[in-house]
Design a protein around this ligand. Structure first.
Ligand SMILES: [Zn+2]
Length: 501
């Protein structure tokens, strides 16, 4: 019998039902990579079924990270009091000179952390400069394949540098230091589009596990022609689009300066908003912008950890939900969050909703946070028919939490405790696509010790190679930082939903 047809049965566990706040004993029958039945405990399984023991385990759908960057894996812990703009300013230092091997190792670090903390799929906007290549894509995909994780991978692209993107910024930098930065250029837009087309044409992975998408990174960093070319390419190949949208007030104010309208209105005018589009962050939206996203069936990836770390603001998740926008939850890259912990992301999503509004009825319920981090994120990834639920027909992406862990002493309400108590430390085992990838805290395919050694060698080599970039970044930091604070203090002439109301 081929392994694709083999049966497994997970016995002795308790299966979460998010909406009823219950976790009743049930067994899970899997055929190949899919769940066939959630059945009464002890119900006979096909004779050749392999038994997986889940005694004292709470079984939940794998959490899905709607927005991350695998290049952040090598840069976790870089920087402290960085706004989004100071993070972008530091890119040449913390993400420069990466080889395909570095891309692989960084994605490996990121994927290992996600799985260890109960996440089974992610939307990864990875960086490769000057152009995305097949070698780079294969390196990132290889990391996910080796860990056994599911991913949508999207090369993050731009045809303007950060310094060209923010009106007035270059002129605010002291002339002796700004020469290199002024001379820097992104690859021509046509070359980047051609490179993306090549990847789409030669996509080397099994699309049930790893899919490709496109990610023109930030509206201000992309010319209109460049954005339109991505839109058309995504349409032609039937793939997703992902973009950082109105993440910071600096971007929101600069959008008005450049386009004479909000960033969301600008994308709408370019016909960029659609059901294939996932907007990351969506913090600085007006009510009309929320309606634009809803009317076009777009998803939003909400990243409260990153938004807090970078001081970007807090998205109007309740208003977006009311308008009918699908919301997923993400961690963002480890270079700005600085972990890949989806339990923490859910908890923060719940908590930040409480500082946005005095009315408790507008706060996120724990069941809503859990649905966002599973079904909502699945939709953002374009995987919603396959993952995000423990139900017959869905892929067997299942996280086992240890009910003997202190987080469940006692177990009062599994839905509340998964969002408000769990921090990932009770994650015991993880099944993805019907395969055990983590068993009782140990990766089944990966030796963490050898990964650590390789990461340390890479990290040291990159620190040496990027020393000059670091010096220049640090020399200019206050100039960039103060200029952007000035922009952020300008009034934003949009009926914003950001303040408490
Ligand atoms: Zn991001």
């Amino acid at each position: 019998m081929s392994s694709a047809m083999s049966f497994k049965v997970i016995r002795g566990g308790r299966v979460l039902d998010i909406q009823s706040h219950r976790a009743d004993p049930a067994d899970v029958l899997i055929e190949g990579s899919r769940i066939v039945e959630i059945m009464p405990p002890g119900k006979p399984a096909p004779q050749d079924a392999e038994t997986i023991d889940a005694s004292d385990r709470l079984l939940i759908p794998g959490l899905i990270n709607a927005h991350t960057h695998s290049h952040g894996g090598l840069a976790k812990g870089a920087g402290d009091r960085w706004s989004l703009e100071l993070l972008l300013h530091a890119a040449r230092w913390i993400s420069g000179n990466r080889t395909a091997e570095h891309m692989y190792l960084s994605a490996l670090a990121s994927a290992l952390e996600m799985v260890r903390k109960g996440c089974t799929a992610c939307y990864d906007l990875f960086l490769e400069l000057p152009l995305p290549t097949r070698e780079g894509l294969e390196a990132v995909g290889r990391a996910y394949t080796e860990v056994g994780m599911r991913a949508v991978v999207a090369p993050m692209t731009a045809d303007r540098t950060f310094y060209q993107a923010i009106p007035g910024l270059l002129d605010a930098l002291p002339p002796p230091l700004r020469h290199d930065i002024e001379a820097a250029r992104m690859a021509p837009g046509d070359a980047t589009i051609d490179a993306c087309r090549t990847l789409l044409h030669h996509m080397p992975f099994d699309p049930s596990r790893i899919r490709l998408a496109l990610a023109p990174t930030i509206p201000l960093h992309c010319s209109d022609e460049f954005i339109i070319a991505h839109r058309d390419l995504a349409q032609e190949y039937g793939v997703g689009l992902h973009m950082h949208l109105a993440e910071s007030k600096v971007q929101a104010v600069s959008g008005i300066t450049r386009y004479g309208k909000t960033l969301t209105a600008h994308l709408d005018a370019l016909d960029f908003l659609s059901p294939r589009f996932t907007a990351a962050h969506a913090v600085w939206l007006g009510r009309d912008d929320i309606q634009r996203l809803a009317d076009n069936g777009a998803c939003v990836a909400h990243n409260p950890g990153s938004n807090l770390r970078l001081g970007a603001g807090i998205a109007a998740v309740h208003d977006m939900m009311q308008a009918g926008v699908t919301i997923g939850i993400g961690t963002d890259g480890a270079n700005c969050s600085d972990n890949q912990n989806m339990f923490e992301a859910m908890r923060l999503a719940s908590f930040v909703s409480r500082v946005r509004n005095f009315d408790y009825e507008a706060w996120l319920e724990t069941s809503q946070a859990l649905v966002m981090a599973t079904e909502g994120s699945a939709k953002a990834l374009g995987f919603d028919a396959d993952i995000g639920r423990l139900a017959p027909g869905y892929q067997a992406d299942i996280v086992f939490l240890d009910l003997n862990h202190v987080n469940y002493l006692p177990l009062n309400d599994p839905t509340h405790q998964l969002v408000h108590t769990e921090d990932g430390s009770a994650v015991d085992s993880v099944v993805i696509d019907g395969e055990i990838v983590l068993w009782q805290g140990r990766f089944t395919h990966i030796d963490l010790g050898s990964v650590r050694a390789k990461l340390e060698v890479a990290q040291e080599a990159l620190a040496t190679q990027n020393r000059d970039a670091r010096q220049l970044t640090e020399a200019l930091e206050a100039h960039v930082g103060r200029f952007c604070v000035g922009l952020a203090r300008q009034p934003y002439p949009v009926h914003a939903t950001v303040a408490m109301d």
